[in-house]
Design a protein around this ligand. Structure first.
Ligand SMILES: [Zn+2]
Ligand SMILES: [Zn+2]
Length: 986
């Protein structure tokens, strides 16, 4: 009858199941359910005795008991379903069309309370849980392996218990959902769900998941086994990883368990407690075999494969995959539900340990490291069919669990991108969202050990996160997100999903570099991840910078009209992407330095480059991208938040430049050619443009508008004073001073020989030789930007910075009209003044150069010491660091196109905004390249294969031996696009 009900109910929507209830009412009475519960318990006792006595029909009794358990579990499951059908629809419950039952139906509320009373009064659920776990005697594995009628019977027994476990799990999951309602339902069901046997079964289901994954579930420090699994999982992480690690993975687990046979030691207090609880509730002792542990997974571990098939007699069918996914999803669902017990009490103890293990197990199954049967040889196991995984991640507070969840989602994302493992076409966005969720949780999860972290427990956390491969996952997240974005952009089939994927990618790419500076994660881990994340990120920035340049050039080349509009539109789109996900993601220069103060390579990963090169590479692309974006974006009318992001980016790029000018504590300085390769004059010109750009500050006298305006003004002041500081530092640089003076001096006849005027007072006499000769358009290139963008705007508000800029401009100009009155105002300077007096032009030039340098030096000194510029008006730059994740996500469109920009802009401002950036300085490749860095040098490279850039088979260019390529295609493309000339000059 139960079977008939089950079959009919499966084909009916909820409304008709209420009708079905009417004809099956006798099934759902307390009497019958009590009968079932008692029968099951009694028969289990009988079967156990029969096995102990070794009677002739023992095997038959074992099977009968398992079959009875299966029937009772199905019964219990259907009872919960009936209850669910009868209860009025809940907001959280998808009751569907069953909202208004037909008039002929019994009163559902009364019926529901009867079924509820019966279900909870008879204690059928605990009885079934107990039977599944312990009540049904375990079949003898030795007999199962021998051919014969007994073996067939015992296999049937295992399969029945398997089905019973599944049905019970379903019942519990549904009961958890119902227990979230209010009133008697919640109270009575919660009491059932808190029963020790019910809790024990849910935990046992998780342990079975772990056994399937070839994972030991002993707590940390229980023995060498676990360490072995640790090494295996951390290694390459692929299918062979776990298997090779001390035999803990895959079939190895099963084989070893088989060898140990029945003597397997069980040292777990929890299991013992459960065994005691079991013997209490059972009222009699148990057979010694599998003491304290559910025999089904034990049996599976010994056999080395799962018994998952619902088909009688099938043991190793690949069909079981889908069935097991469903079962494990139920397991994960129950685990999640246990974390939020009804009434807000504490979740059962021991759960915290199970969540990371469950996620690790799923990850291993996904990688094909599980027991044979359903999991191999089909490693692309479809975990995205398990909606409960994401919910589980949401309730966990453990960084380890989140790290495993991240790894799991990345496996799924990679499989989707490679076209494995799913029949769904657009699976990328699901896996991306899961990845994004895990990354977000990572930012909000404390990695500190729970009980007031001492050194040992912190080391434990680090070991756990390392085992979960967190450092590698962070880099891989970026690589897969970029690949997903590129794939989506290139595929015409994906047009519908493009915005969605773009949005998810944006968040992921934003979060991965930010994770490097999250203080919720242990510094060791962040250090291990930093080189990979930064190199991958900077490679992407390289590509985007070049693309922006191309689009800008296209728009300028194109004739007015459609072609130009199209290029402009594309450019704006790319600018929006950059402002949303790249610029805000750059960790601050100071934070990175701190991270790199002692660099650690990721265990087992090939080294990417010396830390200094990684930082310099990242810093270079930060400056180049920032200059490009500021210059382009300043031409439009920016909304407030994007404007803030740009000011923020400008500030940090300038800050990086300042720090790199000379050795500072904790920061590695750059060589003069490396500094020039940052194209500081272009960055400064771009910053000046940004400060002139108009922001669409909300109009009206609201407090919000006033706040926004004040915030922008304060940030602009910080950016301006940092600009002055950079100029002073560069001007004081022994090798760059003359060049900077040329940038600041108006072009005049005879000033072309930028390299000739050696600074007499310089420490190293070779200053004039540094860098290539002054290019066309470099002379005086910063005069107009500084006068229009900074000086004019700062006169009213910020006299200190304004004076600093004036001093520098005047000192620079002094070189062209030596001894002229322009230099008169700078008499406060400390040294070098005397040498300008000689009549000789070259000597005058040298004197002016040294004067400029000493002005710059004293200016930079006063600024570096927290001098008047930074502190003027009591304003500090501190608040800039507060602009980060909290101000995200950005609006889709950074520009406010409603208002025509620059309508009232003065002519000099308009001219500055329209002017191109000064021409870049050409730095010889040999002096600018990063010889130790492993990254594809072609800016258009879209290859993000492998888990790390270091895994790409990079080849050195045989010509210059300075750059590497990931393949022929990238090398050829770069050769055509300009490496040809670079390479020969090397
Ligand atoms: Zn490449
Ligand atoms: Zn080359």
């Amino acid at each position: 009858m139960i079977h008939a009900y089950e079959t009919s109910a499966q084909s009916l929507p909820g409304r008709h199941r209420v009708q079905l209830y009417r004809v099956t009412t006798p099934l759902w009475t307390c009497e019958l359910m009590c009968l079932a519960a008692n029968a099951l318990t009694s028969y289990a006792a009988f079967a156990h005795r029969s096995v102990e006595e070794g009677g002739e029909h023992a095997a038959q009794h074992v099977v009968s008991c398992a079959e009875l358990a299966k029937v009772c579990a199905t019964y219990a499951n259907q009872a919960v379903n009936v209850l669910s059908d009868l209860l009025p629809p809940d907001n959280n419950d998808e009751a569907g069309p069953g909202a208004t039952p037909p008039a002929s139906a019994p009163d559902p509320a009364a019926a529901a309370s009867e079924v509820l009373a019966a279900l909870t009064g008879c204690r059928l659920l605990p009885a079934v849980c107990s039977a599944v776990l312990r009540g049904c005697p375990s079949p003898d594995p030795a007999l199962i392996l021998q051919p014969g009628p007994d073996a067939e019977l015992l296999r049937t027994s295992a399969t029945c218990v398997n089905v019973a476990a599944m049905a019970t799990g379903q019942a519990l999951l549904r009961a958890h959902a119902l227990s979230l309602r209010s009133g008697a339902v919640a109270v009575l069901l919660a009491a059932q769900l808190a029963h020790p046997d019910v809790v024990a079964l849910q935990e046992a289901l998780v342990e079975r998941l772990c056994v399937h994954a070839g994972l030991q579930t002993e707590p940390p420090g229980a023995g060498g086994e676990r360490e072995g699994a640790c090494a295996g999982a951390e290694g390459t992480g692929r299918a062979e990883g776990g298997g090779s690690g001390a035999g803990a993975g895959g079939r190895g687990g099963g084989a070893r368990a088989g060898a140990q046979g029945r003597a397997r030691p069980q040292a777990r207090a929890q299991a013992q407690a459960r065994a005691q609880a079991g013997s209490r509730s059972n009222g009699r002792g148990r057979s010694t075999e599998g003491q304290g542990r559910w025999w089904l997974p034990e049996l599976e571990a010994r056999l080395g494969h799962v018994t998952g098939s619902p088909v009688k007699g099938e043991w190793r069918s690949l069909e079981t995959g889908r069935w097991l996914i469903q079962q494990h999803d139920i397991t994960v669902g129950c685990l999640e539900a246990q974390h939020r017990p009804v009434g807000g009490g504490a979740p059962p103890p021991g759960l915290a340990r199970l969540v990371p293990r469950a996620l690790e197990a799923l990850c291993r199954l996904y990688r094909g490291q599980g027991l044979a049967g359903a999991y191999s040889p089909c490693p692309a196991w479809d975990f995205t069919a398990m909606p409960n995984v994401d919910r589980l991640v949401l309730v966990t507070r453990s960084a380890e669990a989140v790290a495993w969840a991240l790894a799991l989602n990345l496996e799924g994302l990679e499989a989707r991108l490679e076209g494995r493992g799913s029949t769904r076409v657009h699976g990328e966005d699901e896996a991306l969202r899961g990845t994004e969720l895990a990354m977000t949780m990572l930012a909000h999860t404390s990695a500190e050990a729970p009980d007031g972290a001492d050194a040992a427990s912190t080391a434990d956390v680090v070991a756990q996160l390392r085992r979960a491969g967190l450092a590698a996952s962070l880099e891989r997240t970026l690589r897969l997100a970029f690949t997903a974005a590129d794939r989506a952009a290139l595929s015409p089939h994906n047009l519908l999903h493009l915005p969605r994927i773009a949005q998810d990618t944006a968040k992921v790419t934003l979060l991965a570099p930010k994770a490097l500076v999250l203080d919720t994660l242990p510094a060791e881990l962040r250090r291990e991840a930093s080189a990979g994340v930064l190199v991958t990120f900077a490679k992407r920035v390289h590509m985007v910078t070049r693309r922006l340049q191309e689009l800008g050039a296209e728009a300028e080349r194109a004739a007015e009209g459609a072609a130009q509009a199209k290029a402009r539109k594309q450019e704006k789109g790319l600018l929006a992407v950059v402002m949303r996900q790249l610029l805000p993601a750059f960790p601050e220069a100071r934070e990175l330095e701190e991270l790199h103060s002692c660099v650690e390579a990721r265990p087992g990963a090939p080294s990417l480059a010396p830390a200094g090169e990684v930082l310099a590479f990242t810093g270079r692309w930060r400056c180049l991208l920032t200059a490009q974006v500021l210059s382009r974006a300043a031409q439009g009318r920016l909304r407030v938040r994007p404007y803030r992001v740009l000011l923020f980016a400008a500030y940090h790029a300038l800050d990086y430049l300042t720090l790199s000018c000379r050795p500072t504590e904790g920061h590695s300085s750059l060589t003069a050619p490396q500094l020039l390769a940052l194209q500081p004059h272009r960055l400064i010109a771009a910053v000046c443009k940004l400060l002139c750009a108009s922001a669409a500050v909300p109009k009206g006298g609201t407090a919000e508008a006033a706040d926004a305006a004040e915030m922008l003004a304060e940030m602009a002041l910080d950016v301006a004073s940092t600009t002055a500081h950079v100029l002073a530092e560069l001007g004081a640089h022994p090798e760059l001073s003359d060049r900077v003076r040329a940038w600041l001096a108006p072009s005049a006849s005879g000033s072309e020989e930028g390299g000739s005027g050696g600074a007499g007072s310089g420490g190293e006499g070779s200053s004039g030789a540094a860098g290539p000769a002054l290019g066309a358009g470099e002379q005086g290139c910063l005069v107009m930007p500084l006068r229009v963008g900074l000086e004019a705007r700062l006169q009213e508000t910020h006299k200190g910075t304004c004076v600093a800029i004036q001093i520098l401009l005047r000192a620079a100009a002094g070189g062209n009209d030596a001894g002229g009155p322009a230099a008169g105002g700078t008499a406060t300077s400390g040294g070098g003044g005397g040498r300008g007096g000689s009549g000789d032009a070259a000597a005058a030039e040298a004197g002016a150069g040294s004067r400029f340098r000493s002005f710059a030096a004293s200016l930079s000194e006063s600024m570096r010491g927290g001098g008047y510029v930074l502190r003027a008006g009591g304003r500090e730059a501190v608040f800039l660091t507060g602009v980060g994740l909290t101000s995200l996500p950005l609006p889709e469109q950074p520009f406010d196109d409603e208002q025509e920009p620059g309508g009232e802009a003065p002519p000099d401002v308009a001219a500055l905004l329209a002017a191109p950036l000064p021409p870049p300085v050409t730095v010889p490749l040999a002096e600018a390249a990063f010889p130790g860095l492993r990254v594809c040098a072609y800016p258009g490279c879209l290859s993000y294969g492998g888990r790390s850039e270091a895994e790409l088979p990079l080849k050195l260019c045989t010509g210059c031996k300075c750059v590497r390529y990931c393949g022929q295609a990238c090398q050829k493309a770069h050769w055509r696009e300009g490496h040809k000339a670079e390479c020969r000059s090397c």
